[in-house]
Design a protein around this ligand. Structure first.
Ligand SMILES: [Zn+2]
Length: 129
């Protein structure tokens, strides 16, 4: 008697890799960005509590120094804003709301998040939330 027992035990190794959203990846991206921003602010002399490079008082009123200080302040302002965005994104990671558009709530595309980990809006609302 031919044994036609269907020995089709499905041995497909169901890779139950927990589909862990790569939030840890974004977190490290954000942390790298955060430390870079802080380093740049430190370099400009605008890290915590300081308000700029210590310009020599004797030259403080030359127009060149004034211009340089103005540029540094503008740059530092931008860096601080970006730093806030990054801190905000890390906060959203902690809260579990990271990666969704703050305007419409859709998931922001991973490509966009990789390019800009602190993105708060989907591509559609990026320019006008
Ligand atoms: Zn949106």
């Amino acid at each position: 008697m031919p044994s036609d027992a269907p020995t089709d035990a499905p041995t497909d190794a169901t890779t139950d890799a927990t589909t862990d959203a790569p939030t840890s990846e974004y977190r490290s991206l954000l942390e790298v960005e955060q430390s870079q921003l802080r380093a740049e602010l430190t370099e400009l002399g605008f890290d915590d509590g300081r308000t700029g490079l210590d310009y020599d008082a004797n030259f403080a009123d030359t127009s060149q120094v004034t211009a340089e200080r103005g540029e540094a302040e503008a740059l530092a302002g931008q860096l601080k804003e970006t730093l806030e965005e990054v801190a905000n994104a890390i906060g959203r990671l902690d809260a579990g709301t990271y990666g969704t558009c703050e305007s419409c709530g859709v998931a922001v595309s991973p490509a966009r998040l990789e390019a800009m980990p602190s993105a708060r809006f989907c591509i559609e609302h990026a320019n006008r939330p």
